[in-house]
Design a protein around this ligand. Sequence first.
Ligand SMILES: [Zn+2]
Length: 135
Amino acid sequence: MVYEKPLPVINEDNAPYWEYCRSHELRMQKCTDCGYVRFPVSIVCPKCNSMAAEWTPLSGKGRVYSYVVYHMAYHPSYKGDIPYIVAIIQLDEGPRMESNITDCKTEDVRIDMPVEVYFDDVTEDISLPKFRPAA
Ligand SMILES: [Zn+2]
């Protein structure tokens, strides 16, 4: 089956992030000068301007910082998913990221709800990090 939803645009800078996702690992850049963990991917640390970084593994655990429930498909490929949850996840290690929360009724999602990452293998090359309520 062809995946019809938009896919991430891979470039030289974010390729490692998506390769780790493909291995079902959530890793982000950690500044090796000041220790700040950043996301989205960037070549310079926003805290200290260092370009030195390593791809540090994250726990995949976090909490719902904010969310919306989509009741309308803004792209035709999402028509079968509505209503669905788009959330900002506050990861335990500090960064925030946008993703979907699945395995949760739209009326049950709450701010500060503990969630954990899993990976949705949407194509052969792309695995999207998504979240579900923590066990
Ligand atoms: Zn830094």
